[in-house]
Design a protein around this ligand. Structure first.
Ligand code: HEC
Length: 210
């Protein structure tokens, strides 16, 4: 990945700093580096690009045997605003963490039965995706094939009920500015009586947890 040809020369260090952050693997602390330790005991992935593959979209698994890796499953409980005002699930927080730094979890594929050591924890859950196919027909008769993912959660530790879910796929990162404070606040809502964007009416559409 290279900076866009139009990027001013003095902005290039920012591009390279952002690229390095996206590639760097986070490691369990304490360690010799103090700039990228602190992973765990639970996590979802070790690098940004593990999910945002090549800075692009990350895939959801095609087959139900493959556990979800790049996407995340948000969890929430209903807030005051029924549509948008969700509250993170009190036990797990706002997303399920499917990886653990525990040796038992890291070596799970080898089939060895290793107990969790003191201070280690098992991942919160295993998530798989089942696809449901359907067909949509436009008024002119053109048919399009659609599919909807359903998140299947197993091995949930500890068990909790009454939560809403939102399965999310990693979005493109290409062309976005580095994470961090924005020079101007991103105004989605608009001031009272004033639309945030010309021509836009109504509240912004955000993915919902169901
Ligand atoms: C476990 C997978 C995963 C990892 C690791 C990850 N992301 Fe994401 N990222 C996602 C998902 C999933 C979304 C979409 C969230 C949603 O729709 O609510 C997302 C969304 C984003 C967005 C918003 C994009 C948009 O168009 O709205 C940005 C920016 C982003 N991630 C940056 C990062 C950075 C920087 C890192 C590393 C520090 C990172 N991500 C690590 C999965 C991941």
């Amino acid at each position: 990945m290279r900076p866009a040809a139009s990027l001013p020369r003095d902005a290039r260090p920012n591009f390279h700093a952002g690229k390095a952050l996206a590639h760097q693997p986070w490691v369990t602390g304490p360690t010799i580096t103090d700039a990228r330790d602190g992973l765990g005991p639970l996590y979802n992935a070790r690098t940004c690009l593990a999910c945002h593959i090549n800075g692009g979209r990350g895939p959801l698994p095609e087959r139900a045997e493959q556990p979800l890796f790049a996407g995340v499953l948000r969890l929430s409980i209903p807030g005051k605003d029924r549509a948008l005002g969700v509250v993170p699930e009190p036990t797990y927080g706002d997303q399920l963490q499917t990886q653990s730094t525990a040796l038992a979890h890291q070596l799970r594929a080898s089939g060895q039965d290793i107990a969790l050591a003191k201070g280690e924890v098992a991942p919160e859950a295993t998530i798989r995706v089942r696809w449901h196919a359907s067909e949509f027909r436009y008024p002119d008769g053109t048919a399009v094939a659609l599919r909807r993912p359903e998140a299947l959660v197993s091995d949930l530790r500890p068990r909790r009920r009454r939560r809403r879910r939102g399965l999310r796929a990693p979005q493109r990162r290409l062309g976005l500015r580095a994470p961090g404070p924005r020079p101007r606040p991103l105004r989605l809502e608009g001031q009272p009586g004033e639309p945030a964007h010309p021509g836009r009416r109504g509240p912004p559409s955000r993915p919902r947890d169901r």
